[in-house]
Design a protein around this ligand. Structure first.
Ligand SMILES: [Fe+2]
Length: 358
């Protein structure tokens, strides 16, 4: 039954509970339900009144001589990849002549936020002296050869922007990754942080070389991720593995096998050194001992932290991957004892006997 009109209900101190007032309050709830404005989404040949999300952002633009500016409002992972948003503007200056919105968005990452929250919690507690990120923090699918010529390709997404405005967008594209490194530095101001860039991290360099050569000299890891100010040394994906502590080297990884442990086995046989690596999205270890040399080569591939349900991970329909990371205790500063840390389906992990929840 439809509610009668809303009527305010007031109570005096120590007033008894009368059913008439309680009924009016119940009616008011129903009246609010029936009279609250509803949203109706009628764009892109869809008509929906449920499951609609609204988000808003604000930014301020200073006057620019060119009259063209690029700014980005990020909503994290609030909207799904398949979302087709309706974008509206609020107040604008009277002199405004044109506003262009990149509603599809660039600067995507396909990381698993729960997993990174978990890793952040572990680092905040463990306060490691050394952090090595083993690459592919940035996905850069808009620079990928798989996007070449498609709507997702970077230059297709910004084709209405003057060339002089392209470099800031390239840098802005990496904002999420830059913030990721900045957060690590803020959490661990004195830690040694090292990055082995992955094959995805460096897509921009090949792309710029091919399609934006005028910008190439300006596109550097320092410009993209602020590595200079953050005090983060790095190796490129094409560099040899970097020797870190003791026998352990790090690299993003070359070989890819669908079986855990086999990728790092192949890389150990390629480089002939002990290695910790990523890239395969699988977790595993491999050891090879040479008794006469009193030497054991140790290899660890440390899993992944992607969102396997995201569009960016849809290139495979068999995610036989393992989420996780690795921790190490470096005995006497010379011998790293490495442990693989598996992340459970409930986003929990155990480090030094302590349970962490994502
Ligand atoms: Fe990779």
């Amino acid at each position: 039954m439809a509610a009668i009109p809303y009527k305010a209900v007031n109570w005096a101190d120590n007033e008894p509970l009368f059913s008439s007032k309680l009924n009016q309050m119940a009616n008011n709830e129903q009246w609010l339900y029936e009279n609250t404005p509803r949203m109706l989404y009628t764009a892109y040949n869809q008509r929906r009144s449920e499951g609609i999300k609204i988000a808003s952002g604000i930014l301020m633009c200073n006057p620019a001589p060119s009259g063209v500016q690029q700014h980005v409002v990020r909503f994290g992972s609030f909207f799904s990849d398949a979302c087709t948003p309706v974008v509206v503007t609020g107040l604008m200056h009277n002199g405004e002549v044109r506003i262009t919105f990149g509603v599809r968005g660039i600067g995507k990452q396909y990381i698993g936020n729960d997993g990174f929250e978990l890793l952040g919690g572990v680092m905040d507690w463990l306060k490691p002296d050394v952090v090595d990120y083993l690459g592919d923090i940035s996905d850069q699918d808009c620079y990928s050869r798989f996007s070449d010529g498609r709507t997702n390709e970077f230059l297709n997404q910004i084709k209405n922007v003057e060339v002089t405005g392209t470099l800031p967008i390239v840098v802005e594209q990496e904002a999420l990754s830059r913030e990721f490194y900045q957060k690590t530095r803020q959490m661990l101001p004195d830690a040694e942080i090292f990055v082995a860039l992955g094959n995805h991290d460096i897509r921009i360099f090949d792309y710029a070389d091919k399609k934006m050569p005028a910008l190439l000299e300006h596109i550097t890891p320092e410009a993209l991720w602020d590595f200079g100010n953050l005090g983060i040394p790095y190796i490129y994906y094409n560099d040899l593995p970097k020797k870190r502590y003791g026998d352990i080297h790090v690299h993003h990884g070359l070989a890819i096998s669908k079986h855990s442990g086999e990728s790092v086995k192949a890389d150990i046989e390629t480089f002939g050194v002990s290695l910790v690596r990523g890239h395969s999205h699988r977790m595993g270890a491999f050891f090879k001992t040479y008794e006469l040399r009193n030497e054991t080569l140790r290899g660890y591939e440390i899993g992944h932290n992607t969102d396997i349900t995201s569009s960016g991970m849809a290139y495979s329909n068999s995610h036989n991957w393992q989420p996780g990371f690795a921790v190490a205790t470096i005995e006497n500063g010379t011998y790293p004892h490495i442990q693989l840390i598996n992340i459970s389906p409930e986003y929990t992990c155990v480090v030094d006997g302590r349970i962490f929840k994502g």
